[in-house]
Design a protein around this ligand. Structure first.
Ligand code: NAP
Length: 275
């Protein structure tokens, strides 16, 4: 059997690094720490080496399609596929950041939704039977959903929303934010929240597609919240350590062979949450 391989995006620090650390200890195969910056990524690999752990490195900037396709080609060539993909990379503007909301909306959606989707578009065909795909979303995705207009909530919760419709809705948010009309459009005032609502909804759409198109492959795909975690993104007051934040993503990545659930769910503290 070929060597199994796990890939983590945004692995150079924070929750991503903690996920790589946990996978190095628990995943029976090669574990790739990927990051957009080669220097920061290699430094993180060395920090794990000093803990006695062996992670491998590959450059991967999810905002750069060439970087995504080059990485996908590398894993296809070297391993013939991918067994675990954890889409962890993400950004958030600080609450006090004076950047105009329209710019925050465009930038945040670009990384947290569009680039995460690009990753899935190019990596899903590589996911081997029995594979696990984990999208690191946030509780804020659900909170944001609950604060959308009833019409938007209905679409995000519907079983028949398509990927194209979701992409159009995310673009509508950005366009309306640029015109200062997002509130009239039914959106709450949070670019990060909308981006993660999109990512959680996308996870559900792709899971339904997997069940339909690859029903016998036993692939499980879920979105999750790591909790509120002390990282550069969330700051020092958050209650969870990065290693604690990694617990749910890693649980989903290591769901045992033959497991049939959770699939297409939003999971927090290892529990399926209502959507
Ligand atoms: P973090 O410490 O800021 O780390 C974010 C990681 O994402 C960094 O490695 C960063 O790389 C990487 N990244 C950003 N843009 C990227 C790109 N275009 N390509 C590749 N990597 C990119 O944040 P964190 O708290 O660990 O967050 C990790 C994930 O958890 C995010 O998706 C976040 O939304 C989610 N989350 C966090 C919390 C929390 O409380 N911390 C709560 C809910 C959800 P650089 O170092 O190069 O910038």
């Amino acid at each position: 059997m070929s060597t199994r391989v796990a890939v983590v995006t945004g692995g150079n620090k924070g929750i991503g690094l903690a996920i790589v650390r946990a996978l190095c200890k628990q995943f029976p195969g090669d574990v790739y720490l990927t990051s957009r910056d080669v220097g920061r990524g290699q430094e993180a690999v060395e920090s794990l080496t000093s803990e006695g752990l062996k992670a491998l490195f590959h450059q991967l900037d999810i905002n750069d399609l060439n970087s995504i396709t080059a990485a996908a080609a590398f894993f296809k060539e070297k391993y013939g596929g991918v067994d675990v993909l954890i889409n962890n990379a993400g950004i958030a503007f600080k609450a006090a950041d004076p950047t105009p909301f329209a710019v925050q909306a465009e930038e945040t959606l670009k990384t947290n939704f569009t680039a995460a989707r690009d990753m899935l578009t190019h990596f899903m065909p590589l996911i081997r039977a029995g594979g696990r795909v984990v999208n690191v979303s946030s509780f804020i995705s659900r909170h944001t959903l609950n604060n959308c207009s009833p019409e938007l909530q209905q679409r995000f919760r519907s079983e028949d929303i398509t990927e194209d419709e979701l992409v159009a809705l995310m673009q509508k948010f950005v366009d309306e934010a640029k015109r200062g009309e997002h509130k009239q459009g039914g959106w709450p005032e949070t670019a990060y929240g909308v981006s993660k609502t999109g990512l959680t909804t996308l996870s559900m759409i792709l899971a339904r597609r997997l069940s339909k198109e690859r029903p016998n492959d036993g692939i499980l795909l879920n979105a999750c919240c790591p909790g509120w975690v002390r990282t550069d993104m969330a700051g020092p007051k958050a209650p969870k350590s990065p290693d604690e934040g990694a617990i749910t993503p890693v649980y989903l990545a290591l769901l045992p062979p033959g497991a049939t659930e959770p699939h297409g769910k939003f999971v927090s503290d290892k529990e399926v949450q209502p959507w």
